[in-house]
Design a protein. Structure first.
Length: 110
């Protein structure tokens, strides 16, 4: 009985959770709702609901208004998706390089 309830709840809650997090809700609100799951499990959760579109994860990673822990966990999700074969290592490496280059350019301008 509980397994079926959990299954149905995750069908409803997890996709909405991903939408909520990736839309850049303020860091405090996200942490209040998800608590320790942000720092401990969010990467696994984000990877498990991956639907072959990396854009929501990338938006979360790049959103400076989103919770910093959720952003870090989205990076962990990208790595997990490489290990699972859902995205290529090359895609992930190119994306990480782009993030680093953008970070360096921002620091040089400032």
């Amino acid at each position: 009985m509980f397994v079926n309830v959990d299954y149905h709840l995750t069908d409803i809650i997890i996709p909405n959770t991903l939408d909520y997090i990736t839309q850049g809700q303020t860091g405090d609100a996200t942490e209040d709702i998800f608590g320790d799951a942000i720092t401990e499990d969010m990467g696994k959760i984000l990877a498990s609901v991956y639907d072959s579109d990396p854009e929501p994860l990338l938006r979360l990673i790049e959103n400076p208004e989103a919770n910093e822990y959720a952003r870090g966990q989205a990076l962990i999700a990208v790595v997990a998706l490489v290990f699972r074969g859902h995205i290529t290592r090359e895609f992930a490496m190119d994306y990480m390089k782009q993030l680093l280059m953008a970070s360096f350019q921002i620091r040089i301008i400032i």
